[in-house]
Design a protein around this ligand. Sequence first.
Ligand code: GN1
Ligand code: MG
Length: 362
Amino acid sequence: MDTIFLETIYKKFQCQETLMCVTEITSGHINDTYLIETGGSEKYILQRINDTVFKDVIALQENKIKITQIIKEYIHKNKLTYDTVSYVPTIDGEYYYKDLNSKYWNVMKYVKESITIDRATDDKQVYEAAKLFGHFSLATATIATTEINEILPDFHNMNLRYKQFEEAMLIATDDRKEQAAKWITSVKKKKEEMTQLTNMMSKKELPLRVTHNDTKLSNILFNEQGKGKCVIDLDTIMPGIIHFDFGDAVRSICSTAVEDEEDVNKIRFNLKYYQSFCKGFASVLKTELTLLEKQTLILGVKTMLHIMGLRFLTDFLNNDNYYKIEYPIHNLVRAKNQFILLEDVEKNLLSIQEITQKAFEI
Ligand code: GN1
Ligand code: MG
């Protein structure tokens, strides 16, 4: 996007420093994100919110402000060294700006001395990530789920995702269906097992919590010494079940490959990382989680791997109208990656059970 235009948007926010340089950050699949470097000591993140996905931006911003406030208080009260995202208001005092094309923008302060990681490279990072997501859950347990807007209703509801898959099958080209044939057959077979958590949630068998719903590794900021610093990307915070956050984090953190690795031989479930993740998560949440929650955590891992694969596959069948892609079969590669990782989880189920039971004292 044009720098002059981005500068005009930047100036609508209460940022004092002169804009010097704009760089696009391309890792997200949904919003358009830019790093703003300035003449002063602060840097900013300017983001155009995808309003096809996020239809109620005002409710979205309301959630983000509420959650950052709660996290700030939790960190202070518990004397933790973590940080939180901090949003910058516009000149008019709002936390979003609507441009002349009716597109919505928001600005965050860049968290100083922080780095992101796409693929875990040591146990310590994994343990740190787990603790941080654990604290996110404890911090947000201090407010009622009814205080949080349901930004994307049924986001992790498997019935909705199967419905969207079935609709995509009706309009998909023969060519795309042929390329994805193996995985189409496989998701059809797994429907019953993969819908179990959704059913338990509808029957209110699992406690509703405030969940982040996008707990991938790249949504954590680390400091340069590898210590977890801050949870970012607060877009999808909604009422949910702990499995969404545990499962989503494990699927991304315990993989030996990035989410769009094409070489299936490189995609494995790292048991050592899983052990570190469980240890870190349990160190914060062991007494908070119910027995049934703990007993079904592994189903959470399988479900989140499956739902991500299913959503990528559906988008491929829909001619890629949801996620940003960099090449024609990108979504199919992503889907296959998640399904292969799920197969490896299934192969290692006994060890995974043992690790989980030990860490959570089930
Ligand atoms: C999307 O935009 P990004 O990368 O934060 C998606 C998540 C998926 C993720 C997969 C609103 O998140 O659900 O887990 O891609 N967010 C939305 O990497 O659909
Ligand atoms: Mg996200």
